[in-house]
Design a protein around this ligand. Sequence first.
Ligand SMILES: *[C@@H]1O[C@H](CO)[C@@H](O)[C@H](O)[C@H]1NC(C)=O
Ligand SMILES: *[C@@H]1O[C@H](CO)[C@@H](O)[C@H](O)[C@H]1NC(C)=O
Ligand SMILES: *[C@@H]1O[C@H](CO)[C@@H](O)[C@H](O)[C@H]1NC(C)=O
Ligand SMILES: *[C@@H]1O[C@H](CO)[C@@H](O)[C@H](O)[C@H]1NC(C)=O
Ligand SMILES: *[C@@H]1O[C@H](CO)[C@@H](O)[C@H](O)[C@H]1NC(C)=O
Ligand SMILES: *[C@@H]1O[C@H](CO)[C@@H](O)[C@H](O)[C@H]1NC(C)=O
Ligand SMILES: *[C@@H]1O[C@H](CO)[C@@H](O)[C@H](O)[C@H]1NC(C)=O
Ligand SMILES: *[C@@H]1O[C@H](CO)[C@@H](O)[C@H](O)[C@H]1NC(C)=O
Ligand SMILES: *[C@@H]1O[C@H](CO)[C@@H](O)[C@H](O)[C@H]1NC(C)=O
Ligand SMILES: *[C@@H]1O[C@H](CO)[C@@H](O)[C@H](O)[C@H]1NC(C)=O
Ligand SMILES: *[C@@H]1O[C@H](CO)[C@@H](O)[C@H](O)[C@H]1NC(C)=O
Ligand SMILES: *[C@@H]1O[C@H](CO)[C@@H](O)[C@H](O)[C@H]1NC(C)=O
Length: 529
Amino acid sequence: MDQRDFALVLVNGLVLMSTYCLAMKQTNIDTDHSALLALKNHITSDPHQILSKNWSSSSLSSSVCGWIGVRCGPFHRRVTALDISGMNLTGTVPPHLGNLSFLVSLDMGNNHFHGTLPRELSGLRRIRFIRLGSNNFSGTIPTWFGPKLQVLALNYNHFDGTIPSSISKLSNLQVLNFKRNSLQGMIPQEIGNLRKLTIVNLNFNSLIGPIPNSIFNISTLEHIHLTQNNMTGSLPEDICRHLPNLIGIYFSHNHLNGLIPPSLSSCSQLHILSLSYNNFSGSIPKELGNLEMLQHLHLGFNNLEGGVPEEMGNLHNLEQFTIYNNQISGSIPKGIGNWTKLVNIGLSGNLLTGAIPEEIGNLHELEYLNAAFMALNGTIPAGIFNISTLISIYMGVNQFTGQLPSDACHQSPYLEEIYLSRNKIHGVIPPSIGNCSSLNRMYLTVNQMTGAIPTSIQNLGNLQQLYLGQNHFTGSIPASVGNCSSLVELDLSVNQLTGSIPKSLQNLEFLKRLFLRSNYFTGVPFSGS
Ligand SMILES: *[C@@H]1O[C@H](CO)[C@@H](O)[C@H](O)[C@H]1NC(C)=O
Ligand SMILES: *[C@@H]1O[C@H](CO)[C@@H](O)[C@H](O)[C@H]1NC(C)=O
Ligand SMILES: *[C@@H]1O[C@H](CO)[C@@H](O)[C@H](O)[C@H]1NC(C)=O
Ligand SMILES: *[C@@H]1O[C@H](CO)[C@@H](O)[C@H](O)[C@H]1NC(C)=O
Ligand SMILES: *[C@@H]1O[C@H](CO)[C@@H](O)[C@H](O)[C@H]1NC(C)=O
Ligand SMILES: *[C@@H]1O[C@H](CO)[C@@H](O)[C@H](O)[C@H]1NC(C)=O
Ligand SMILES: *[C@@H]1O[C@H](CO)[C@@H](O)[C@H](O)[C@H]1NC(C)=O
Ligand SMILES: *[C@@H]1O[C@H](CO)[C@@H](O)[C@H](O)[C@H]1NC(C)=O
Ligand SMILES: *[C@@H]1O[C@H](CO)[C@@H](O)[C@H](O)[C@H]1NC(C)=O
Ligand SMILES: *[C@@H]1O[C@H](CO)[C@@H](O)[C@H](O)[C@H]1NC(C)=O
Ligand SMILES: *[C@@H]1O[C@H](CO)[C@@H](O)[C@H](O)[C@H]1NC(C)=O
Ligand SMILES: *[C@@H]1O[C@H](CO)[C@@H](O)[C@H](O)[C@H]1NC(C)=O
């Protein structure tokens, strides 16, 4: 063979080879095409007719790369991403989907897919992102995902069984989201091998046993969600040692016990600490006052005692602070006046005593003030009624004295609830009450209030419940009560009200409960003006 012949053979060979490649490419494109058509055929409901119209196979030349939700690689034209999330589709996943061997990202979230995930999906060997949240998938958590996987979101489905320990093979996993499934058993210790994990979300399952220590060894972790499981045991003393990046701890609604570790203060990035509804004991560690970033601190429904540490006054970023139903005692520290971003404070059901610090008036973003069922005393700081963002004042069953300020409600456009029953408040209901235009519930039962019920009450068109029983109110029922057209429950019992019962009450078409006993009314009901 001379040189020319050799060249010819070479050229022929190249032509042959590229023809073969083309054919192969075609085959593989057909593979993607038929995999997607198989998926389409497994969809039983497509109410917006998205795929049924768009994933059209009518013209063979039309590439799947132009189909809605499909993305292909720029050169090889194989399907690399499939996003059919939120299309309200119902159906199952066919095994053929596993033939999309170039697929990197699969998003089928927010649909009504059901059934199990076929084993053939193990063919997705380039897959990095799997998002199947908010569907109706069932079966156990598959174990065949490839090691390139970075995001595995199976949240809001019906997966059951245990979390397989082989999950630890997914060494590139960054997000593991199994929220709201029916997972049982213990969290495998092997989870600690996932050295790149930033978010682990196991909220709302039925997991039991202790939180594996290995989880606190994953230094990349930012959020650990375990809300509402059946976790037991206590938190490690040095919980933060390997967690410099931790932002959120969500452990509420479990059966955790022991102390709140003071060393939590070394998780310096911590924004959210939720430990409510457990059985933590001991006191609130003063070290938590060092968590400068802290925005949400939830410690309610535990067995905590001791006081609220003065150091908490340093938490300038706090937005939510709840310690409901513990045995926390002592007084409310003045430092709460530093919590100028606070939206929600929940102190009810503790043993707190003394006065509410005047500094509470500094909390210009406060919406919920919840401090009922304790032994607080002193007058209710007038500044509270100056907080224009307030939605709820819930401070019944204490020993508050003094009067309601005469300018209450001058700037309370959002106030829906005033619960001050069972205190020792005297004086009148200020006529300015009529300015609380959003007021829905007002409870002043069992106090020492006097004077007449102000006629301005007629402006409270949203008022549904008005409880004024067991006070010393005098005068007659103002006819204008009949203008509170939303009223469902009205309690004026055990006062010193006189006169006849106004006819206007008949206008109250939603009224279901009316308590008037133990007053000095005259005449036949509804016979008056
Ligand atoms: C399918 O959707 C894509 C993207 O929205 C659009 O460009 C294409 O024209 C549609 N094809 C058909 C047949 O409706
Ligand atoms: C989704 O489809 C169901 C029926 O399959 C329908 O009741 C519902 O309104 C749809 N939702 C949206 C957002 O299209
Ligand atoms: C794709 O997958 C299905 C089911 O897993 C299989 O039957 C088929 O042979 C595969 N290959 C092609 C080219 O479709
Ligand atoms: C899941 O299935 C149940 C019953 O089969 C149905 O009531 C529910 O709406 C479905 N949920 C979703 C997200 O498809
Ligand atoms: C926890 O365990 C109790 C008793 O076994 C069970 O009644 C409850 O449903 C479980 N809670 C969760 C969230 O799994
Ligand atoms: C934490 O990591 C260290 C070193 O990386 C290892 O020696 C130790 O056994 C791990 N602890 C747990 C509980 O996994
Ligand atoms: C909570 O912990 C206390 C000890 O601090 C223990 O006596 C009690 O039994 C625990 N309660 C529950 C429900 O685990
Ligand atoms: C309020 O915050 C400042 C600055 O962090 C601090 O010096 C002060 O002690 C705090 N006040 C109270 C009463 O805790
Ligand atoms: C309020 O309660 C505290 C603590 O119980 C008590 O020391 C104080 O005398 C009380 N103040 C008033 C005005 O009753
Ligand atoms: C409430 O606001 C009014 C007017 O904005 C002001 O005059 C009054 O001093 C304030 N009261 C308190 C206790 O801050
Ligand atoms: C508040 O109520 C009083 C008394 O009813 C009234 O005089 C005043 O104009 C009201 N102010 C506002 C801001 O609505
Ligand atoms: C109160 O009701 C009466 C009679 O129904 C009506 O004439 C009057 O305008 C109402 N007043 C207000 C402020 O709505």
